[in-house]
Write a protein of this length. Structure first.
Length: 318
């Protein structure tokens, strides 16, 4: 089974120049109040962090936040390790892999401890077992979608990559397009891309909603929490309020979701909101059991994962 090892330096070298040019646009606030953060995917589950930005929740907590999109958690993790950004909103698995490799990282909050990611297939495939030898699209090979593919196929005594090849598409719309073009026979998708897939005649045959998995986390450097605990707490509080607004103010949440996902169809927005309303954690506290689900998968290819203690990957002081 393929692990989540990523050559972070190599990936960072290709992408950080563009990222840093974006991050440098805002420079007027005092340095002690400024943070730089990145989100790694465009999906309805990310709406609370967009709410925190658009509703000026960071400013409410005396933080000046530069928020940018960096596609793929592995690229964002590279920037975090290099100190070019301070926080990542994305999947937990690349963070766990980075910590296993000795990186100065930690999981400071679980924005969601489950996921709406599901497996969609082209016509003619009825069961998960039918995908043996077929190709499945994931957004990135180090991503929540790749992790959920591993969980899914393990439930049917198959190994992702070995029994069911995975290819990275670059994003959810690209995964749908790959199915449409016949390049893959299935894809791991999340709302609102799931509704586009259904409209094209693709069918869901596996739902990851029941899997305990920190699919959406707040990650930073452990040294950042140690040296700037007050600032880390204010960032945590800003996102937590974004979660609260998402859960309690449907219209405001859908308006901001529409802006970032570029979806204008109200029915799709309502369905995406409904699919994500219960996946966010009200208190955002990271859990050892959530980390263990990732370590169990990584242990097949990384001996360090088997011996690791889940608590070493999280901070619960915020």
């Amino acid at each position: 089974m393929m692990g989540f090892h990523v050559d972070f330096r190599a990936v960072a070298g290709r992408f950080l120049l563009v990222t840093l040019s974006i991050l440098s646009l805002h420079s007027s606030a005092p340095a002690q109040n400024r943070i730089r953060a990145a989100y790694s995917s465009i999906s309805g589950i990310f709406t609370p962090v967009w709410i925190a930005t658009d509703e000026r929740l960071y400013q409410k907590n005396q933080i000046d936040a530069d928020l940018v999109y960096i596609g793929g958690s592995s690229v964002a993790v590279s920037a975090l390790i290099a100190g070019e950004i301070d926080f990542i909103y994305g999947g937990a698995d690349p963070i766990v892999s980075g910590i296993l490799g000795g990186a100065d990282l930690t999981l400071a909050g679980f924005i969601s401890n489950t996921t709406p990611i599901s497996l969609y297939v082209v016509p003619g495939i009825a069961r998960v077992e039918d995908l043996k030898g077929k190709t499945v699209a994931v957004t990135r090979l180090a991503s929540s979608t790749a992790y959920m593919a591993k969980v899914c196929f393990a439930q049917y005594n198959m190994e992702a990559v070995k029994d069911v090849p995975l290819i990275q598409s670059g994003g959810y719309p690209e995964s749908v397009a790959a199915m449409q073009a016949g390049r893959v026979q299935a894809a791991m998708l999340a709302p609102p891309a799931t509704y586009r897939a259904e409209a094209l005649g693709f069918k869901r045959i596996w739902n990851g909603a029941g899997v305990e998995y920190p699919s959406f986390v707040l990650a930073t450097r452990r040294s950042f929490v140690r040296d700037s605990s007050d600032k880390a707490q204010r960032v945590f509080n800003s996102v937590a309020e974004g979660v609260h607004i998402f859960r309690t103010d449907k219209e405001r949440a859908m308006r901001i979701m529409a802006k970032y996902t570029k979806v204008s169809d109200r029915k799709i927005l309502e369905n995406t909101y409904a699919d994500n309303k219960e996946v966010h954690s009200p208190n955002m506290r990271p859990t050892a059991s959530g980390v263990k689900t990732i370590l169990d998968i990584l242990a097949a290819s990384n001996p360090k994962a088997e011996a690791a203690k889940p608590k070493q990957f999280i901070v619960v002081s915020l």
